[in-house]
Ligand binder design. Structure first.
Ligand code: ATP
Length: 211
């Protein structure tokens, strides 16, 4: 079943056509990756799917049309561009703040996620002391908390070491098995080959190829 459907999505900003006739479908439980050179439009497509920008054409999620002002039709965990972390808090506290907004996420789940991504589980180490890769992993953990229906990861392997990439792949597959649908942009071909069930190649703001 199609969870996400884009039909002729377009976006123009200050007279510049940035997305043109973007159409594709992402099935429920799939891992759809978006590939393309810098500036090709991958992040804009994610923003369109999430209702973060106004577009022409339609984005349908779980049968409902997505709008900027409307309630998002499903639960979504999102990492777009740089991770939104509160640096004066611990990783645990950062996840707890998100857990408070979700249902069915207890402290054990937070600890498990931190352990999975090899991040400090204690409530003392502040995020401002984290390395770039640690902050990135916390951003990924934020998006994956609560096993949302849709998990959107924009270039998740940035700054990750090889072990962390393998951990991430394992966790994506684990959540996919319990029904989460993933949309992921990446420049990391090895990573894409290991996770993707559908590969969308984006070129100059449009879909060039679907593999
Ligand atoms: N708010 C904006 N105003 C004007 N132009 C924008 C805006 N946001 C994005 N763009 C432009 O749209 C194009 C696509 O940007 P986008 O961020 O989607 O690229 P990308 O494929 O994700 O690139 P990268 O691989 O570098 O992350 C770029 O030319 C970018 O400069």
């Amino acid at each position: 079943m199609a969870l996400i459907e884009l039909d002729h999505v377009g976006k123009t900003i200050t007279g510049k056509q940035l997305l043109t006739n973007v159409s594709f479908v992402a099935e429920e439980g799939s891992v759809t990756t978006l590939e393309g050179i810098n500036g090709s439009g991958k992040t804009l497509i994610l923003k369109a799917i999430l209702g973060l920008i106004k577009t022409t054409g339609t984005v349908t999620v779980n049968g409902s049309k997505v709008t900027v002002s409307g309630r998002y039709p499903i639960r979504a965990g999102v990492l777009i561009e740089t991770p939104s972390v509160l640096t004066e808090f611990s990783a645990f506290k950062n996840l707890q703040l998100i857990a408070d907004l979700l249902e069915n996420v207890d402290e054990t789940a937070i600890r498990q996620l931190l352990t999975q991504f090899e991040l400090p589980v204690d409530n003392r180490t502040k995020v401002r002391k984290f390395s770039l890769g640690m902050k990135q992993k916390l951003g990924i953990a934020q998006a994956m908390l609560g096993q949302c229906d849709l998990i959107v990861l924009d270039e998740p392997t940035n700054a990750l070491d090889e072990t962390s990439v393998q951990n991430l792949i394992g966790y994506i597959k684990k959540l996919q098995l319990v029904g989460s649908t993933f949309l992921i942009t990446s420049h990391d071909r090895d990573f894409i080959e290991q996770v993707a069930t559908k590969r969308i190649k984006v070129k100059a703001g449009t879909v060039d190829e679907i593999v």
